[in-house]
Design a binder for this molecule. Sequence first.
Ligand code: SF4
Length: 169
Amino acid sequence: MLRRYNTIKYNDVANAPGISVSIYLQGCPHHCKGCFNPETWDYNGGQELTEDLLENLFQNKINKNGIKRSLCILGGEPLCEENIATTYTLASMAKSYGVNVYIWTGYVFEELEKTDLLFEIFENTDYLIDGPFIEEEKDITLKMRGSRNQRVIDIKKYLKKEKNYVIIV
Ligand code: SF4
């Protein structure tokens, strides 16, 4: 079942390399101090994500004007119990359209419960950016991250059991 989203940016250059469609899901359990997006915390906020909206996103927006965009799934928290099924749907649809997928989570990667559903999401994910935002470690020069504790995980390397799945960007 699809849940709720806060915002969709159709030509985002702030999150992943290149141009992306970025979708901010609604609801977050972490409540990090200094969060840049507290309006995403309330699970009942935002708007309903519909199948029509997703179809339009993938059929008409993601490759609009011949530009190959990535899909960024952010929050809120894409991997919390309430949002994980929606994240699965988004990542699966993105891969069926040949789109690169980036997911941001406030959970620390090693502490995520590695359920079958999470592995199914990983099958369709390229990069995962992990960890809560820690205000004391904020660094605006970092790529794809807000604070120094956060990391970029190369999910393909992780799935191939390569040890160097945390990458430098
Ligand atoms: S995980 Fe992200 S959205 Fe949630 S509180 Fe932390 S910074 Fe905000």
